[in-house]
Design a binder for this molecule. Structure first.
Ligand code: GLC
Length: 561
């Protein structure tokens, strides 16, 4: 069974299997609650995803990464896991997960699932027992329980803030009703941090990895991969500034060297399985060299490139981050990865036009001119898909969906929004359900007339899959065309063969392989250059003559040269 599930049909014996499929893979992130709702409860689910897999095959991606669908009270949209081996009934059953993996493989798509090892839900059996059994319970040693400071223990054990606002500690009540110890949660209070110094925690996660590998998954996305190990003694941070989602540097709780032993042990497990099972780290580290540590040859396979995601739309800055990314990954033999959007950041259709586009982490997004935003996003995507390595796309970006900036507070579910009294935690705006078809909400996301867990804007009727399909000017067809060209040209993927070319100011120009040149106008005015060759694909209309081309503002062109 394992063999059948792990070898996508295009690569079954008989067809020559390309080595290291992941080195140039385009991986599409599915946020299950917002992708497709099969049962009309307003929340997407696994059968909904299963029904839409042919769409993803036709889009031309190589793999999907699914955000968590495990049993969870949903305090942080599933990143609070109560049982790592079951599917939440809201999303379906384990049989649905098995069926989804099988269907995906039959369509030639790999499946990566999210693993959340930094913390569990407060409804996880271990944590419930830790609370119920009181101080001294062996279960408490699997988390970080500490007495408080101050005469009556009324102050948190140290000064660490939660990423979601407020202190990273919550005080417990002892079984006899008196105030007790505190426990650590770098995120919401419903997400207690595991103590990774405890052998039972490490054992448990090795078993969880095997459980999903046996079920046939092709890999894992490791949530908060930089957070598992804390400094001995949990020393004060001494910082007075507020933390925001994951944008912290070296600290007593992030990017500690000890995390790498964990990933070495996981790599040994992944390597036991056939078919190149992989892991990708969500590791926020202060430098690209620190990020590269996670993808040394005996550790994980890929790490998200948040430096790239946070870089301004400007030639010098882009060139620098691309060079630094390629160089850092080359040193450890890992492919670079590129991504512009995910479920935690402002959608790039909106973000790249914001004055502070480097500020990606859940702060309040501003409304931008939708036409200009989409033009720049399309140009950015064609640039991204021309870079060497692996690309991560986030559901809905292929439709050019903008960030929804005007969700009313009462529908918002990001826990940070509520903890920070509305000052932060704007991640719901990129999580609004996908419009598939029709003139009215929920636009085919679920059954007609049904709800969707977040309201979709009226303007999304014209952004639906059905509205864009077959329209060569649509963003959906642009993505399809780019992915088809990428698949057809091996030089566009893995090979680390980017060459910068001389170019007038404001134009980013590089070549890949022997025949592809990418020109990106990053200014707000047209730039005229000698025509480099035959235009293969453009992110917007360009003015072509025999000898020259005028590339409009915020436009990318792929040329065959
Ligand atoms: C990761 C997830 C984010 C979640 C956090 C806590 O950053 O991407 O959505 O809130 O971890 O699990």
């Amino acid at each position: 069974m394992t063999d059948q599930l792990t070898a996508p049909s295009a690569e079954r014996p008989g067809a020559a299997a390309p080595p290291s499929w992941w080195r140039d893979a385009v991986i599409y992130q599915i946020y299950p609650r917002s992708f497709a709702d099969s049962d009309g409860d307003g929340i997407g689910d696994l059968p909904g995803i299963r029904g839409r897999l042919p769409y993803l095959r036709d889009l031309g991606v190589n793999a999907v990464w699914l955000s968590p669908f495990y049993a969870s009270p949903q305090a942080d949209a599933g990143y609070d896991v109560a049982d790592y081996r079951t599917v939440d009934p809201m999303f379906g059953t384990l049989a649905d997960a098995r069926g989804l993996i099988g269907d995906a493989h039959d369509l030639g798509l790999r499946v990566i699932v999210d693993l959340v090892p930094n913390h569990s839900s407060d409804q996880h059996e271990w944590f419930r027992r830790a609370l119920a059994e009181g101080p001294g319970s062996p279960m408490r040693a699997r988390y970080h329980f500490r007495p408080g400071r101050g005469a009556g223990g009324e102050l948190p054990p140290n000064d660490w803030p939660s990423i979601f606002g407020g202190p990273a500690w919550t005080r417990t009540t002892d079984p006899d009703g008196t105030p007790g110890d505190w426990y650590l949660h770098l995120f919401a209070p419903q997400q207690p941090d595991f103590n990774w110094d405890h052998p039972a925690v490490a054992d448990e996660f090795r078993t969880i990895l095997r459980f999903w590998l046996d079920l046939g998954v092709d890999g894992f996305r490791i949530d908060v991969a930089h957070g598992l190990v804390k400094a001995q003694g949990l020393p004060d941070l001494g910082a007075t500034t507020e933390w925001h989602l994951l944008d912290v540097g070296v600290s007593p709780c992030f990017d500690r060297d000890g995390v790498h032993d964990i990933y070495r042990s996981w790599r040994r497990i992944l390597d036991e399985y056939p078919g190149e099972r992989i892991a990708v780290a969500e590791a926020w580290a202060p430098t690209l060299d620190r990020v590269a540590n996670y993808v040394r040859p005996d550790e994980l396979h890929q790490a998200f490139n948040f430096s790239y995601l946070g870089t301004a739309w400007e030639v010098a800055a882009q060139r620098r981050v691309i060079d630094e990314s390629l160089e850092a990954m080359r040193r450890v033999g890992a492919p670079a990865t590129w991504t512009l959007s995910n479920h935690d950041v402002v959608r790039h259709t909106t973000r790249l036009l914001q004055a502070d586009e480097g500020d990606v982490a859940g702060r309040k997004p501003a409304e931008v001119d939708p036409v200009a935003g989409l033009r720049r996003a399309r140009a950015a995507t064609l640039l991204l898909l021309a870079l060497p390595g692996s690309a991560y796309l986030y559901q809905g970006e292929e439709l050019g969906l903008p960030e929804v900036v005007d969700l009313p507070p009462e529908v918002r579910q990001d826990p940070a929004f509520h903890r920070a009294t509305g000052q932060d935690g704007y991640r719901d705006g990129c999580r609004v359900p996908i419009p598939w078809s029709g003139e009215q909400a929920p636009y085919g996301f679920g059954p007609a007339g049904g709800p969707s867990w977040l309201p979709q804007p009226e303007s999304w009727a014209r952004l639906s899959v059905a509205a864009q399909q077959g329209d060569p000017a649509s963003t959906l067809e642009l993505y399809r065309a780019a992915l088809a060209l990428r698949r057809a040209d091996a030089a566009l993927g893995a090979a680390d063969n980017l060459r910068w070319c001389e170019a007038p100011e404001g134009l980013l120009v590089f070549e890949r392989g022997s025949a592809l040149r990418c020109t990106v106008n990053m200014t707000d005015r047209p730039i005229r250059i000698p025509r480099p060759g035959e235009a293969l694909l453009t992110s917007g209309p360009v003015g072509l003559s025999e000898a020259e081309v005028e590339i409009p503002a915020d436009t990318t062109v792929w040329w065959s040269v």
